[in-house]
Design a protein around this ligand. Sequence first.
Ligand code: MCA
Length: 311
Amino acid sequence: MTLNVLPLHHVHGVVNILLCSLWSGAKCKFLPKFKPEKVWQCFVEDGLTLFMAVPTIYHRLIAHYEESSAGVKEVYKKACKQFRLMVSGSAALPVSVLSKWKSISDLVLLERYGMTEIGMALSNSYLNERIAGHVGKPLPKVEIKVVDEAGEVVALGEQGELLIKGPSVFLEYWQKPKETKAAFVNGWFKTGDVVQQNKEGIFRIVGRSSIDIIKTGGYKVSALEIEELIRTHTHIIDCAVVGVPSEEWGQVVMAAIVFKTSTIPSQEELKNWARRHLARYKVPVNWLAVKELPRNAMGKVLKPAVVKLFQ
Ligand code: MCA
């Protein structure tokens, strides 16, 4: 039996958890919303043997465990013993979270790598050692290539973009032929993720090839989409949206803003306005007023410098 606390509009929740349960004749319990204490309660009461979640959820479960009394901690620890497997995916799992979870549950989280466009592509081993900070090797039938900016395959150990081919790769973005064409090169899907293989061929995700793709709470978010919306605000001239590193969320969405006037709306007003147009996880948690955005000689906004403004 497993438990689903993830949204059903993403592969992780709908395919990996729900459909895999149905396929294998297992039970799948749902919670209407993720709440750490409710998840721990299910661990204790429901006889679960499998759990899959994003790193932010493990982070939150650890925080709740740490706030609990010694007696409750014992009950939680005991509940973890019934699990056959716990999986983490959708975003990079911090090694600190993996280690803390191991000390609580005695389980090494199995980290794997996937995308809506390709399903699951790389995975740590079910039976053998799982390597912290790594996402494992290609799953059966998944072909991989790691290439440099010129599209040439890089030497083992060098960083490059991960390209994928295989039966699980999607056909097309619905009614978006231009975007579909741009996503492939000679039949290989361009993941946009920069990876590195160690001597044993085990992959590590180094980052995104575009700084404008932010991973927050397991969601992939386009900085450009948020910037376009923010620029429509009557008091705003320009903005730059970035992902600022966070152990809990992976990255947190933040925005540097150039305002038109000295009358600057409050953070709450800005957030409430953005919430009317964007999903909650896309709304910047911090809106920083700046006189101008850091730019290079060509006038291009320097996103790494914007990230530094928040650190
Ligand atoms: C919520 N909050 C945030 C964020 N989201 N703060 C910073 N960054 C965020 N991204 C804040 C809210 O403002 C609020 O603060 C508090 O956290 C609780 O908000 P709430 O909306 O209730 O959040 P939550 O329900 O606790 O959500 C956390 C979550 C959720 C459960 C981790 O983000 C989630 O379900 N993520 C998983 C998404 C997923 O399934 N991705 C898979 C896609 P305040 O209390 O101050 O107001 S990728 C995929 O499918 C591929 C194929 C793959 O490989 O898996």
